[in-house]
Each structure stands twice: as C-alpha cells, then as structure tokens.
Design a protein around this ligand. Sequence first.
Ligand code: ASP
Ligand code: MG
Length: 455
Amino acid sequence: MIVMKFGGTSVANCEAISRTISIVQSKLAQKPVVVVSALSKVTDLLYKISDQAAKKNTAGAVELLDQLRSRHIGLAHDLMAETPSFCHDACSRINDICDRLDAFVGAVCALGELSDRSKAVIISTGEYLSSNIICCAMNSKGIKTGFMDARTMIITGNDYLKGEPDMAAIAEKVPGVVSEAYDGNDAVITQGFVSATSDGEPTVLGRGGSDYSASLIGMAIDASVIEIWTDVDGVRTADPRKVENTRCIERISFEEAAEMAHFGAKVLHPLTIEPAVKKNIPIYVLNSMNSEGKGTVILQSSFIEDGVKSVSFKENILVINIFSTKMINTSGFLKKVFEIFSINKVSVDLISTSEANISVTVDSSQNIDKVVEQLSEFADVYVDSDKSQISVIGKNIINLKGLLSRTFAPLADCKIYMISQGASYVNLSFVVDRSELTDAVRQIHKYLFENESCN
Ligand code: ASP
Ligand code: MG
C-alpha cells in the first residue's frame, strides 16, 4: 500500500482535482490510501468564520458560510457534469455538512464564545468537504473508492487545536479502518489534518497538519512509500522566493529534511518525518502540476551522500541572552533555566553557552514575557529582537574542508550574533540582523551552490 497526500493547491479546483484523480488512477496497482487537505484557502476562510462567530457577528459569518457552500457546490457541478447521479450524491453530502456547520456557527454566534473544541469543529470542515467531493468524483470516474472518517483512527490527546498523536492508538486503529474501507474497492480516501481524542472529541493536528496525517497513516499500515503531492517540484536548496538559481534536491536524509522543515523550508510540516523514520518509509515530495518530475525523496541517512543540501532560514526570531555569575562552576543551572522554558511552553531552537552566559533563540511568534520575568529572578536577561537565523544543512558537513570560511566569507561585513553547530553534524546555524537576512542568504547560497569548485 502507498499513502498519497494532496495539499490544498492540488485540490483547488476542477482542473487540479481532475489531475489529482489521474495521478491516483495511475497508481491503483499499489493500493493507494489518499489523504486530502481542504481546497486551497478554505481553512483560512473557516478561521475567518470562527472569528466572526466569536465576535457574535452573525451576518458576517453567514456571508462567509454562503461562500463556502457555493464554492463546493459549484465545484461538484464542474467535476461531475457528465455524471448527474454522482453529482447529486456529492451535492447532498456538501449540503449536509454545510447545514450542520451553519447550525453550529449559529450557536457559537448566539453564545459569542468560541472554545478551542468548537474551533476544531469549524476549521476541520474543509477537509470533510474536499474528501467527500473527491470521493464522489473518483467513483464517478470508475475508481471504486471507500470513504474513511479520520476521527475514527487518528487519535490524539485533548489539545483541540494541536492534537498530540497517540502513536499506539493510531497504529492499532488505522489498519482495521483502512482494510474495512478497502473491501471491494480500488482505493480509499480520508481527511488530512482531522483527528479526535480517544473519546471521540474533535481535534486537529495544527496548521499544515495534513502531511503529518499522511505519515501517521503510512506508519500505521507499513506503507511502502508516502507521497506528498504539492505545487512545487520538490525540496529546493533554498526558498526560491528569496534566492535566485535554487535547485531541486534529488535525495535527502530524514535528518536533513527534519532540520530543513523546522528551519524554514515550508515544503513539509516539520513533524511529518518522525512517523516515517520509525518504519523507515521513504517520503516523496512531488508536484501534482508536473507529475512526470522526479521530485525529492527523503530516505534513511545511509543512502544519502555527505555535503551541503540547503540554506534555510527563519526570518523572525528573538535571541534571549541569560547572564549569571552563579553559573560558573555549578551544576543544575541549565536545568533551572530550561525548566522555565518548558513550564511556559516556549520552544527553543538554538542554544549556545559560555561560562557565565546562555544564549537561546526562539521563534518570535511565541510570547516570552513570563519566561523573561521568571529568568530575571536569578539572572540578567536581555532580549535581542529583529534577528533572523540562517542554517546551512547537510549530512556530515563537519567533514567539508573550509565550510566555516566558505559560509562566512561572503558575510565579511555582517554582524554574527550567535553560532551553533549541532553535534549531529547536520546543521550549522547562526544569527544575523533581520535587515541583513536576504542579502546574507543569497550570498551564502551563491557561494555554496553556484561555485562549482565548492561542490
Ligand atoms: N487545511 C489545513 C491547513 O490549511 C491542513 C493542511 O492543509 O495541511 O492548515
Ligand atoms: Mg501544506
């Protein structure tokens, strides 16, 4: 069996869905489990609907709910114009889902109070709509397709908007649900992003979580491959929106991909790698608009050559500098510091320490007020904002002669605030002023990837 996940742009409209269905059709021999996102921009629309509801703006919510319904009904007609009975089935499923959502949002509007649980119900509707329409459309084209509700198998804890998967429960449930849905069918389909607690309460896996759903399912059924179909030709050497002459990377290791996903390359949800690693399942990143392309394959490290694979970055970070003379020659100081980050659920990216100083970076979207307040009780704390982090990523980069000089040579005039090279030898990261980021990333990329003598 294989898992094929299609993101929002691969299911955006009639043309994209038709392409997606042909891709699935070409792989029926491998028994695909299809995982779909909401149509492109639909999850954003659902967030807006929940905002309107929380503000008790019924008229605003209704207008957006109507847009949601008419886009999906219009799509069903476009897709199944020649097969009226399938179109009829799809429309009645859409109307059913939309009627329930209208009533639910109406109730939230009346209360004017939006719990995380209610929000999970609202924002997961996009995946239910897309998976139902695509299921009908696949059947209308002669691909007998079974439907699965992700809430019966993707089990999480009760953080409603960022459910933590219960791997054991998922591994136990998914194979049964998949084989039952497969009975007599050529393919099966389910929703990405959508999950539930063991008591069946609705949760979701967090923004962009459909990739994660795909790899959780892949792990649970021991898939031979996990395919992530998106709208780019694979993983690139840098973000092409910032850097010219980037190249598509043919193969990278799980470790390299994990670092890249975390440090900015938006191709994969960062947690996608972990379930695949557990079962050593290759992940392909492929372009549904160029299905003949090779894409990028993510494999176990032993199949991957040494060397720099990418220059990634995080644009908005904060550097927290913690200074205390109490740190000198004592033990347990670091524990005390990181306990504060842990209690306040602030996640740390880079760490660098010296005798009396610890510097850490955190994503600037996190609220660090409490952390700073609590650290200040026993240390001097200074926060540097407007900083960006650049990471040079590649297997065993430590073995590359002159990596540091090559990386930093183009940055002669740029201030470097913090440097960290993980012992994993996969990642060399450092911090620069945000105003220097674009220039720095371009120059490093040029130096590392466009200079033949360096490769
Ligand atoms: N539809 C969800 C989102 O936009 C999940 C996903 O597409 O992966 O975040
Ligand atoms: Mg995505």
